[in-house]
Write a protein that binds this ligand. Sequence first.
Ligand code: IPM
Ligand code: MN
Length: 354
Amino acid sequence: MKLNIALLPGDGIGPEIVDQAMKAVKAVAQKFNHELEYKQALTGACAIDAVGDPYPEETHELCMKSDAVLFGAIGDPKFDNNPKAPVRPEQGLLAMRKKLGLYANIRPVETFESLLHKSPLRRELVEGADFVCIRELTGGMYFGDKGRKDDGNTAYDTCIYTREEVERILKLGYEFAAKRNKKLTVVDKANVLESSRLWREVAQEMAPNYPDIKTEYMFVDNAAMQIIQWPKNFDVMVTENMFGDILTDEASVITGSLGLLPSASVGIHTSVFEPIHGSYPQAAGKNIANPIATILSAAMMFEYAFDLKDEGKLIREAVAASMAEGFVTEDIAEGQAQSTSAVGDWIAHWIEKN
Ligand code: IPM
Ligand code: MN
């Protein structure tokens, strides 16, 4: 099969971790006889510095022509403390989501036995937790009407959803639940927000079409609490953009391993695979960052974008082997810590041998 991939390494540690993921991708492609075609483009702060736009047209065209996009991270501290910066790296990410129609962000929350002691939760609460957060990614407050009133001292952001947007993301939620443990938790704030009442109304209409799946409704404040109290009660959680942003950060840390979690953003034109962590500027160029979240994002790319399950599985096995061996970076190493590139080489080599 021909695999046509766009690489957007981005900022900070992005280039280093995408390099390691590509070692795994190349090893798998070679092993399974896939023809690999890939091109790189700018996004984020580096794109602002180079061409003044965090998601340049050229980058967008490359993504549109590709079957999948492997993304590193964006962000640079020089923008964070300047609320008046005319363009920001994050705008590139939002523009990319909107223009590629990436309406669903899928974040699996899985635990790794060897890292349970790093979880902020007690082992018995988190051991065996395994759920998926599906976050709506192109609607809600992120993209609704926003601005200042004339006096400059009154600001507003509008949370807006259409029935179609809600239906398509709930449908994806049900498809995931059908392949998993048959429970869908719809998270909203329907006791207060009209947009949430639309979500709940649509969900209640759709639920009877999925008789095998238990649909559960939960207010977002309660969900925030239950994620840390009973994480094992969740199977598939689906929610709007802003709630999903907050809850997925919360969910990611309970595994004790932010540096290990991948994500997929899927939608209309192509799909984007990226680690859930940020650009970690303090570590940029030092060859110390953990590449595993990006390598696992590459595994998701094989599974979701190309429907190549064995290829994804082999990458996952290679990652598990490196962890079992303790051949890992300093954030999770118990003994001798390895460099980013050494871990990437080890995993690619394991794929070649197995
Ligand atoms: C994420 C990030 C982004 C978001 C930022 C960088 C715009 O936090 O992918 O979760 O809020 O969606
Ligand atoms: Mn976020």
